[in-house]
Every structure is written in structure tokens, then in C-alpha cells.
Design a protein around this ligand. Structure first.
Ligand code: KIV
Length: 310
């Protein structure tokens, strides 16, 4: 629907030009063919067709983000930021994502949009905000788009949600799909379980992938999925697959920011910690406590003197 599909086997798969320096890949290019509207400045963010066209090309880089200041740090290095409903567990200490509300997603989505200027921002539709009917999904997705300024929404589910994906996409709302381990379905699945570890499960998951691609999703997250199945789905569908606990063969990867920063007490097996910020935060708090108690903080450089009397 958005762009000519690139398949991994398609020899024409190329690096997509972006409007601003692409730090991760170390190249700079400009957008061609964009019309500047009268009162609007040129679109600076990476667009949905640009993500869509990365099928089988340069890997798509993504992280979750929940607030403005961390989003600002990572904006130059990622292609899209996901304001995931995982924020319920990561930020609010919930056991599952089921308690997350639309208002929470909107508040955090707006913060991430305010803090960034380059990455495409996708906001998760929380449990209960889109499953009932395509019309209700459209109404709630419109709130997310209007009140946050994000570009796209993400919904969980395959064949069961394909009709809604089609309804939203045809009405101007870009949709990212999410299949495999879908945390909003946790009660039905009986826990956070890797999907597709037995070949008998593959047909249903492959049908989910085909259904969301056919319905107009511009990309699909493959979460917690046996590696050979994720690789196979990546070859089967013509939209980018974004893996998390899936396969290096996916068209892109996403991780929860706090997991890769080393802030999560028990990160899952699929996480690589690229920093150990948890230990650094504890160390900083300990040093601060010591400095307050021994009165070495605040120092003269941290206090205000009197104005000089003339
Ligand atoms: O909510 C979330 O953070 C997600 C990612 C794990 C893909 O859906």
C-alpha cells in the first residue's frame, strides 16, 4: 500500500536516503521529490514509506522510549522510537501491560515526540482500546495521533486484528503490527512464552504474519519467537519484520531501552546490556549520600553568595 515492496531476495533492495544525517550508517543524503507545503517546514522525521522501503535492506534500528530526556539522547541513532505499553511494567512497576490506559500512552507519547526531532515515533494502543471494533480503534488511534503528534500506532494480534489494521490504514493511520508473543494476550497464553518452538505452531503464526501484511501494516514486530520461524516469516512477507527475541535475520531489531542500558533487575535472555547504568545510578546515589552526610556537598561552587554592595 505504501511503497513498492522489497524482498530480501530482491536484488534492487537498497539503502533508503534520509533527510538528515544518519549517524548509525555514517552517510548523509537528502530527500528527493518532497513538496514543501505553504506554511509547513520540510518533514524532518523519518517517514513511514522510508521504514517500509527498508525491507531486505539496511537493518532498521529501534528502541522503546517513554520520556522526553532519554528519547532526546537516543533520537540521532535510531530509525523509529516505540512508546511501548511495556512502560506499565518498566515505569510503573505493574505485573503485566494490561493495566495501561490510553491516557498514559498519550502522556508518554507526547513527551517522546516533544523530546525528539528525527526518529519516527510509534505509540502502542493499550489493551482494551482497539479490540472491540475497527470504529472504536479508529477513534482511539485518532486521539493518540492528534494528542501526541506521533506518526503511527502499534496493535497486537494477527488474523484476529487484520480487519482493524485495514480499517485504520485506509483512513490515514499507519499501523505497525505485533505478532508472536503478544503481552496483552498473556492471560490466554498462560505466561510470557516463546512462540513457535514446535513446528506444529508455525502455520498459525505464519498466517498471522501474512494477514497483517496483506491488511496494510507497514511493518510487524516479531516478539519472543523461535529463530527459524522468525527468519522464515521475514522471507515470506514483503513488509519489514522488527525482531525482539526473534532472529538476526529480521529486517530490524528493537529492545526495551531500560533493558539494554542495564537498568532491569532480571533482563530476558534475548537482551544484550550495552551499558550498566543500574550499577552507576546506585554508585552515584551512594556517593551523594556520603557527600551530604559528611557535608562536602554542596561545595562553594554549588552555593550562591551575596550581591556585592557598591
Ligand atoms: O511494549 C513494548 O515495549 C513492545 C516492544 C517490546 C516491542 O511492544
Amino acid at each position: 500500500m505504501f511503497c513498492k515492496p522489497f524482498s530480501p531476495r530482491h536484488p534492487a533492495a537498497v539503502v533508503i536516503p534520509l533527510g538528515r544525517p544518519y549517524v548509525g550508517a555514517g552517510f548523509e543524503a537528502t530527500r528527493k521529490g518532497m513538496i514543501r507545503m505553504s506554511v509547513q517546514s520540510a518533514i524532518k522525521r523519518i517517514t513511514v514509506p522510508e521504514i517500509r522501503a527498508r525491507k531486505g535492506a539496511q537493518p532498521i534500528v529501534s528502541l522503546t522510549a517513554y520520556h522526553a530526556h532519554t528519547a532526546r539522547y537516543i533520537d540521532p541513532y535510531v530509525d523509529f522510537l516505540l512508546v511501548g505499553d511495556s512502560l506499565g511494567m518498566v515505569m510503573y512497576g505493574m505485573e503485566t501491560t494490561l493495566g495501561v490506559t490510553l491516557d498514559m500512552m498519550i502522556a508518554h507519547g507526547a513527551a517522546v515526540v516533544r523530546g525528539t526531532e528525527r526518529a519516527l515515533v510509534v505509540v502502542d494502543m493499550p489493551f482494551g482500546s482497539y479490540e472491540e471494533s475497527p470504529e472504536i480503534a479508529f477513534r482511539n488511534a485518532c486521539r493518540v495521533i492528534k494528542e501526541t503528534g506521533c506518526t503511527a500506532v502499534k496493535v497486537e494480534g494477527g488474523t484476529r486484528i487484520a480487519e482493524t489494521i485495514r480499517y485504520l490504514s485506509l483512513r490515514g493511520i499507519p499501523v505497525m503490527a505485533h505478532i508472536g508473543l503478544t503481552p496483552q494476550n498473556i492471560q490466554v497464553m498462560g505466561g510470557f512464552k516463546t512462540q513457535g518452538r514446535e513446528e506444529s505452531e508455525w502455520a498459525a503464526i505464519e498466517a498471522d504474519a501474512a494477514a497483517v501484511a496483506e491488511a496494510g501494516a507497514f511493518a510487524v514486530v516479531l516478539e519472543g519467537m523461535a529463530e527459524p520461524l522468525a527468519a522464515r516469516i521475514t522471507d515470506q512477507i514483503d513488509i519489514p519484520t522488527i525482531g525482539i527475541g526473534a532472529s538476526p535475520h529480521c529486517d530490524g531489531q528493537i529492545l526495551v531501552l531500560e533493558d539494554m542500558l542495564g537498568l532491569s533487575p532480571k533482563p530476558p535472555k534475548f537482551v544484550r546490556e550495552f551499558a550498566t547504568l543500574g550499577a552507576q545510578i546506585a554508585g552515584a546515589a551512594e556517593a551523594y549520600a556520603r557527600a551530604v552526610r559528611d557535608r562536602s556537598f554542596p561545595g562553594v561552587e554549588n552555593t550562591y553568595g551575596m550581591k556585592k554592595v557598591k
